[in-house]
Write a protein that binds this ligand. Structure first.
Ligand SMILES: Cc1cc2nc3c(=O)[nH]c(=O)nc-3n(C[C@H](O)[C@H](O)[C@H](O)COP(=O)(O)OP(=O)(O)OC[C@H]3O[C@@H](n4cnc5c(N)ncnc54)[C@H](O)[C@@H]3O)c2cc1C
Length: 347
C-alpha cells in the first residue's frame, strides 16, 4: 500500500496525537504510525493510571485520561492511524520535479509526504523475547505472540501465558473465559501485578480454570509450521515437562529501542535528534523532531514542551506544502469553518 499525506507522524504518543490537532487547525491531514497496539506512547504503555498535574488548565488527569482527551480533541480532524508497525526506512523520492519523503514500515506499508514529524519519544517499544529460545519469531503469529490483539483467536485453544506482571495476570483472567485450557507460567510463585487481579487469578486456579505452573521457565517450542507443543523447565528441580499447546503468549514487558532512527542520517546528540528551536526541523529539510526524541539547549522531557514544539513545526510544514502562502494563523474561535468543526467537542 502507498498513501500520500500532508504530514507523516512517526509515533502516536501525546506529542504525535497533538500534532494532528495543530495540523488540523491549518487544514492539513496526517498519517500517524506507531509500533504499539494502541495510541498514547509512554502515557498509555508505562503509566496509564499515574496522575498528571502539569498539563496547563487541567488540574488532574490520569495518563490514560490524558490520552483519551487528546483522541477526543483530534476527532474533528482528518487522520489515519496505523498501529503495530515500526517505521523502518526514510528515503527521498521525486514527483513532478518536487522532492518528497517516502516512509516504509516493517509491514511494508509506504507513505509519501513533504513532511515527516518524528515524535518517537525514547524510541519504539519492542516486546522482550523469551530468553534461551533461538529465533522464537520463527513462529510469530503461528502460535507465538507478544500481545493479545483479538480474544477471538484464543477461543477453544490450549494457551500458555508467560510472565509475572499486570499484562500476564490481566490476560490470564480474561482469556481463561475463552480458552480450552489456560496455563500461566512464571519462574516464581510471586507476581508483580495488581493484588486484586492476582486474587482473581488464584480464584480461577482453585476453580481449575487456570493451570498455574510455577516455578517454571520456557525450555523449548516445538512444531512444524505452527506451534504444537511447549517444553517447560522447573526452575528448582530442572525437570522438563512437555505439553500440547496451540498459542504461547510471552508478556515479559517492553524494551525501548531507538532502532531504525539511528539509520536515518540525522544529526544526533546522545541518541536524541538535534533540532533548531525556530521550527524544530532536523538536519534534513522537511524532517522535524518533536517531543522527547529531540534535543536543543534547555530541552525538558515534558509533554507540554512537545506540544509547543509541534505547534511551531506545523507552521513550517504548511509553508513547505504551500510555498509563498501566508499561514492561516488565528484563534480557533475567530474562524467560522473551524468553529463548526470544533463545535462537536462541546457536546
Ligand atoms: C513514569 C513516567 C511519568 C511521567 N510523568 C510525566 C508527567 O507527569 N508530566 C509530563 O509532562 N511528562 C511526564 N512524563 C514524560 C512524558 O511521558 C513524555 O514527555 C511524553 O510521553 C513524550 O511524548 P512523545 O509523544 O514525545 O513520546 P512517547 O510518549 O514516548 O511516544 C512515542 C511513540 O513513538 C513510537 N515509536 C518510536 N519509534 C517508532 C518507529 N520507528 N515506528 C513506529 N513507532 C515508533 C513509540 O512506540 C511510542 O509509542 C513521564 C514519563 C514517565 C516514564
Amino acid at each position: 500500500m502507498i498513501k500520500e499525506t500532508d504530514i507523516i507522524v512517526i509515533g502516536a504518543g501525546p506529542v504525535g496525537l497533538f500534532t494532528v490537532f495543530e495540523a488540523g487547525l491549518l487544514g492539513l491531514n496526517c498519517v500517524l504510525i506507531d509500533n504499539l497496539d494502541k495510541p498514547g506512547g509512554q502515557c498509555a504503555e508505562l503509566y496509564p493510571e499515574k496522575p498528571i498535574y502539569d498539563i496547563p488548565g487541567v488540574a488532574f488527569q490520569t495518563a490514560q485520561e490524558h490520552v483519551d482527551a487528546l483522541l477526543m480533541q483530534i476527532k474533528p480532524f482528518d487522520y489515519d492511524l496505523y498501529l503495530n508497525q515500526r517505521v523502518e526506512t526514510i528515503e527521498e523520492t521525486n514527483q513532478a520535479d518536487d522532492m518528497f519523503w517516502k516512509v516504509t514500515t516493517n509491514e511494508n506499508n509506504s507513505f509519501i509526504s513533504k513532511n515527516i514529524f518524528i515524535a518517537a519519544g525514547a524510541g519504539s517499544f519492542e516486546a522482550r523475547r523469551p530468553p534461551n529460545i533461538e529465533d522464537p519469531d520463527k513462529f510469530l503469529n503461528h502460535g507465538v505472540n507478544y500481545a493479545v490483539r483479538s480474544k477471538e483467536k484464543y477461543k477453544d485453544k490450549d494457551i500458555f501465558i508467560f510472565g509475572g506482571g499486570d499484562s500476564a495476570l490481566d490476560w490470564s483472567v480474561e482469556l481463561a473465559k475463552e480458552s480450552k485450557s489456560l496455563s500461566l507460567v512464571h519462574r516464581r510463585d510471586a507476581f508483580r501485578g495488581a493484588p486484586h487481579t492476582e486474587e482473581l487469578m488464584r480464584d480461577l486456579v482453585k476453580d481449575k480454570k487456570i493451570n498455574l505452573l510455577t516455578p517454571y521457565v520456557i525450555e523449548d517450542i516445538h512444531g512444524e509450521e505452527k506451534v504444537s507443543e511447549v517444553s517447560l523447565k522447573n526452575f528448582d528441580t530442572k525437570e522438563i515437562i512437555t505439553h500440547k499447546a496451540d498459542e504461547l503468549i510471552f508478556l515479559f514487558g517492553l524494551n525501548k529501542k531507538l532502532g531504525p532512527i539511528l539509520d536515518w542520517e540525522l544529526e544526533l546528540n546522545n541518541k536524541k535528534i538535534n533540532v533548531n528551536t525556530e521550527n524544530f526541523e532536523t538536519s534534513r529539510e522537511g524532517i522535524f523532531a518533536v517531543g522527547d526524541i529531540n534535543d536543543y539547549p534547555g530541552k525538558l522531557d515534558l509533554i507540554l514542551s512537545g506540544f509547543h514544539e509541534t505547534t511551531l513545526a506545523v507552521q513550517k510544514a504548511y509553508k513547505r506544502i504551500y510555498p509563498g502562502e501566508r499561514v492561516p494563523f488565528g484563534y480557533t474561535t475567530s474562524n467560522s469553518k473551524l468553529q463548526e468543526k470544533l463545535g462537536v467537542l462541546k457536546k
